[in-house]
Design a protein around this ligand. Sequence first.
Ligand code: 4NP
Length: 160
Amino acid sequence: MIKVMFVCLGNICRSPTAHGVFEQMVREQKLDNRIQVESSGTSGWHEGEKSDSRSSEEAAKRGYDLSYVRSQATMDSDFIEMDYLLAMDVDNLIELQRRCPEEYQHKLSLFLFHGDLDEEEVPDPYYGGAKGFSHVLDLVETGSRALLEYICSQHSLGNR
Ligand code: 4NP
């Protein structure tokens, strides 16, 4: 199994969105027997909580289900067990880099690093309005397609 974990601050807005969107794309490509999807938050502030309703409603509008995701804190064991830890923004990447043992640093990157986008970060929508949440969905959909293509090419998986 190739294990992918999306990481943001709270694991209630951005990374659960990427979790639900990417996992659905993986299922559509019938790659769910090859790619496992997780998400977590560097803060652990919202552990056990469902995704923010603003995120799950925006996702549902576009046909993605986030209802099964529960917030969890990023754990030290994730650096060992995951193959890709993808941070939604630079602050969270820096936090992962600070906590991750040297031998696993190569597993860390920005999520949008794999896309061909002008933006490198998925901005934190938590304290903003509805526009921020739909922008997160736009970036996550584009970034997820690019990420799946990248992983398929890295691991010689057919994704057509
Ligand atoms: P997320 O958004 O990192 O995309 O899940 C946030 C969720 C909660 C908080 C900040 C950002 N908070 O301050 O509680």
